[in-house]
Design a protein around this ligand. Structure first.
Ligand code: SF4
Ligand code: SF4
Ligand code: FES
Length: 306
């Protein structure tokens, strides 16, 4: 007997279903869901299409982790947790039992030119595909737009200032595409990234849960390096990263107070004054000293520059 708890959108609670099934190694959660819908309750709302991990439509939270239902093994889940708990990817965006409103996710792609702006003079000779891109775009094209990274990201609610992990990966893919070599186009993409990518909290959830190894977090990191190294764009993110590296290079440690002064300016950083005063009053403030392993830290910093 398999126990499956399914989130019910209208009731805002879980329904428990028990289903008899001979579990094989390749029995997937989507199969069980279809059995429950057929045999127990045909009102359960979920999405499915390809059943093979290609369309991304069956993404949901399975035992607390975002995943594709058609790729998740029932046997493994039962052996580990004893039951299966199904929820939508993000309850704040739920519009059905196991579905979310995809419009904010789709809208997020509109923030960048989501197509190649090709160089008309590019020669499509024999070496065209060899030179092409697979290595440099680093799995970005594996994205199936399942929304897992987007709805797991803690920053997307602040959409005005953030591309979101999937769009940032897509943007990186175009930044690296040799068929779009025009400097002004690359700079336009970097400018958008500079305005809309520094809110990333580096929580790593997008990379951890992506079912296609797109690794959005590293794409954001690499885009940040491109912004810092190749353009003159100014932003809080650029100042913050540069000053942090400078302070660590000098002392092996960085001072948040100085960092705030450089990143957002002395006037704006005054808003943190109450926090600073509280730190001093509660004796949480420490005089920062050069750490004993300063040389090692410096080496690490230098190697990260390479
Ligand atoms: S990057 Fe990964 S998690 Fe995000 S939409 Fe694409 S496939 Fe899904
Ligand atoms: S690492 Fe950045 S982009 Fe990825 S989920 Fe966390 S905040 Fe969002
Ligand atoms: S149904 Fe297409 S990815 Fe699961």
């Amino acid at each position: 007997m398999i126990k499956v708890k399914i989130f019910r959108f209208k009731e805002n609670s879980f329904s428990l279903f028990e289903i008899e099934k001979d579990i094989k190694d390749n029995t997937k959660v989507l199969e069980i869901l279809n059995d429950i819908k057929r045999e127990k309750d045909d009102s359960i709302k979920f999405m499915q299409n390809c059943s093979h991990g290609i369309c991304g439509s069956c993404a949901m939270k399975i035992n607390g982790k975002p995943a594709l239902a058609c790729k998740s093994s029932v046997k493994e889940l039962i052996e580990k947790d004893g039951e299966i708990i199904l929820e939508p990817l993000n309850k704040n965006y739920a519009n059905g039992d196991l579905t979310v409103d995809f419009s904010p996710f789709i809208e997020s792609f509109k923030q960048i030119p989501d197509y190649i702006i090709p160089d008309k003079n590019i020669k499509k000779d024999k070496s065209f595909n060899e030179k092409n891109n697979e290595k440099s775009i680093e799995n970005s094209d594996n994205c199936i737009r399942c929304g897992i990274c987007f709805y797991s990201c803690p920053v997307i609610k602040n959409k005005q200032s953030f591309l979101g992990p999937s769009t940032a990966s897509k943007n990186f893919r175009f930044l690296k595409d040799f068929r779009e070599p025009q400097k002004q186009d690359k700079n336009r993409r970097l400018k958008i990234s500079n305005e809309l990518s520094w809110s990333c909290l580096k929580c790593y959830k997008c990379t951890e849960f992506c079912p296609r190894e797109v690794d959005p977090f590293s794409k954001i990191e690499k885009t940040h390096s491109m912004i810092i190294n190749q353009t003159d764009y100014k932003s809080v993110g650029v100042s913050h990263a540069k000053d942090m590296a400078k302070q660590i290079g000098k002392k092996g440690i960085f001072d948040e107070l100085k960092l705030a002064m450089v990143s957002i300016g002395p006037f704006k950083s005054m808003k943190f004054a109450p926090y600073g005063i509280k730190q001093v009053l509660t004796l949480n403030y420490r005089i920062l000293k050069k750490p004993k392993n300063y040389k090692e830290i410096k080496k690490l910093l230098e190697s990260s520059d390479e």
